[in-house]
Design a protein. Structure first.
Length: 197
């Protein structure tokens, strides 16, 4: 699997536009993976959201599901595991990524990459201070997996994350809250390109 440089995290409540519209715009703007993160949503509602997004994109290839092993298997999606979730013994789907925080835990050898955060303060985790860019360097040195930065990632904060060893970034608010999600995603993708080319 090619490790993504740009993951856009989707949750319907945070989207300014309908979630399927945001998904389509993010992919058009250059997102590699869309991670559906719907904490507390019923399986029935989550199925409807997955089907809406897959229907809009025409494929499930670029979709990861946060935490719901059953539905990720059912729809053939990639899986993203929160830090505290056990590795699924019945996993039959695509690649698996893992959230990590300080202090770093052990990352399973089968995990494709880790997402570390929150790097900067973010409205997604109000009141929780960021761990800072230097944590990325420590993670890159210690974990032995590609690291994506999350938390406050937007145009202007991506380059410093990459310069400290991040392979890429995961973005939520800057994209899903934008009036033009494709334009914001494209600008972030261009910043990634400027630092990785």
């Amino acid at each position: 699997m090619t490790v993504p440089r740009l993951v856009v995290v989707l949750d319907a409540a945070g989207c300014r536009l309908p979630v399927a519209d945001v998904a389509e715009c993010a992919i058009a703007g250059g997102a590699d993976i869309l991670q559906i993160r719907e904490k507390g949503m019923s399986d029935e509602d989550l199925r409807a959201e997955i089907e809406s997004i897959v229907g809009r994109l025409g494929s499930s290839e670029q979709i990861a599901l946060n935490g719901n092993v059953k539905l990720a298997n059912e729809y053939g999606l990639k899986l993203h595991l929160p830090e505290a979730d056990p590795w699924p013994v019945d996993w039959t789907g695509g690649s698996v990524s893992r959230s990590i925080h300080l202090p770093f835990g052990v990352i399973e050898p089968h995990a494709a990459y880790a997402i570390l955060g929150n790097i900067l303060e973010t409205e997604s985790k109000a009141g929780l201070p960021g761990i800072g860019y230097r944590a990325l360097r420590s993670a890159a040195d210690q974990i032995g997996k590609p690291i994506l930065a999350i938390g406050g990632m937007q145009v202007g904060t991506v380059g410093p994350a990459l310069s400290e060893g991040a392979h890429g970034v995961a973005v939520r608010s800057a994209v899903i809250g934008a009036e033009n999600p494709a334009s914001v995603t494209r600008a972030i993708r261009e910043e990634i390109g400027a630092w990785t080319n």
